[in-house]
Structures are given as C-alpha cells and as structure tokens.
Design a protein around this ligand. Sequence first.
Ligand code: TYC
Length: 107
Amino acid sequence: MAPSSPTIEPTVRPRVETRPKTERPKLYKVILLNDDYTPREFVVRVLKAEFRLNADQAQRVMITAHQRGVCVVAVFTKDVAETKATRATDAGKAAGYPLTFTTEPEE
Ligand code: TYC
C-alpha cells in the first residue's frame, strides 16, 4: 500500500489584541497658580478642603507654587479636575482673593 501523504494543517494564529479592553480615560492635572495677594494659610486651607491634602502636602504644594509660580495639585478625570478647580477658585473669589486653579491634560 502507498504511504499516505502528510496532512497539511493550516496554521491560523489568533490575531494578537494589543488594544486594552478597557480604555483608560484621559487624565487632567489641576494646577495652582501663585499670586501676590492670597494669604498662604488660605491657600493651604483650600488645598486641604477641596483636594483632601493633609497639612504637610498642602504646605508643600502652596510653597512650590509660591516659589516657582505654579504647582500640580493632583490628577483626575476631566470632569472631576474641572469641578475641583472651579470650586477651589470660587472659594478664593468668595473671600476676595485672586487665587486661581487651572486644568491641563496630561501628555
Ligand atoms: N504668594 C502668596 C503670598 O505671598 C501666597 C500664595 C502661595 C498665593 C501660593 C497663591 O498659589 C499660591 N501671600
């Protein structure tokens, strides 16, 4: 009897999925801007109240903005970053200070 020819199995490789199944939302930085009028203690109080920073973190962020002009406070989804920046800026405005928080997308 003649030897049977080898069976040729088609190789079907599953396409490698490189895209993550759950897309991570783009994150936004909340940035504190220095000014010449808002008292340091007031800045610290707003950082604690709105961003839940502890006394040490709030003091460091305030001093960094005071010395360098700006400081990243924290990173959130777009909605949360914008809401917190607005609330924190409004807290300064309500007390008569020009305290300003802005947002910026992360690279
Ligand atoms: N520069 C302010 C002062 O000397 C204090 C201050 C710090 C204000 C940080 C804003 O983001 C700020 N009273």
